[in-house]
Design a protein around this ligand. Sequence first.
Ligand code: GLN
Length: 288
Amino acid sequence: MAEEIWTPLKLLGWTQGFFAGKGIDAPRLTAELLLATALGCDRVRLYLDFDKPVGDGELARFRDLVKRRSAGEPTAYLTGAREFFGHRLAVDARVLIPRPETEQLVELGLEALPEGGAALDLGTGSGALAIALALGRPGAAVTAVDLSPEALDVARANATALGAPVTFVAGDLYAPLPPGLRFDLVVSNPPYVPTAELAGLQREVLREPRLALDGGADGLAVLRRVVAGAPAWLQPGGLLLLEMHESHLESLPALCLAAGFERAEARRDLAGLPRLTVARMAAPAPPA
Ligand code: GLN
């Protein structure tokens, strides 16, 4: 019997059906991303060479990726990259995979960041927020902190690859910052999932670092400390932008007001879920 000749088109058709049967999100796109990874090309190339037989080595690489994806490894860890705010970030199991809903934080942050201003990203992970801010506001001074040295390695490599001038610091939230700094903007997408909800998350999410997800019993363990520390590091009129769990709709704005912010409100994401809190410090008093 003649050996089956596998072309990109046949592989994509077969894999799409296989992934769909396994309940994997976006089966066609996932098949394309994994095949492009195995072949070392981009997705467009797959369709230019759709009828060209795929070699044995590439086929073996692709089979391995398909197997790992169906066992629950996130697609972005297998391809090694994820797009965020138009930038291609390298990601692996050392960092949370940037989510599209977090891009709203960049949009609001860029509006609030003046030319030559200073921004702080707490718990930067892959560097997504800090890098998008630095590239979106050339001349801004962006500082990014993370507790995880492994995450900082990923973030630093991303910033270098993308030419984003970000100062990275290892440590716990504000603790490693030199005293005297003041920021126009503090952003954070810290771990905020209530611990009891972790077990029920998609198996793909459970492959991500627990340090980036687990927000303690009410999900606010880290957010509470971010909020409490923020007024001392913000300029008058400065802005705090936080990602949060939908259950924080009322509690997080209330925590901001209690910490000394003048205004605080929750915002919804594109799916309609409460996802962000925006808090502003009082503006400077006008000269007497
Ligand atoms: N949004 C993430 C999720 O999908 C949680 C990220 C976080 O805790 N910062 O679970």
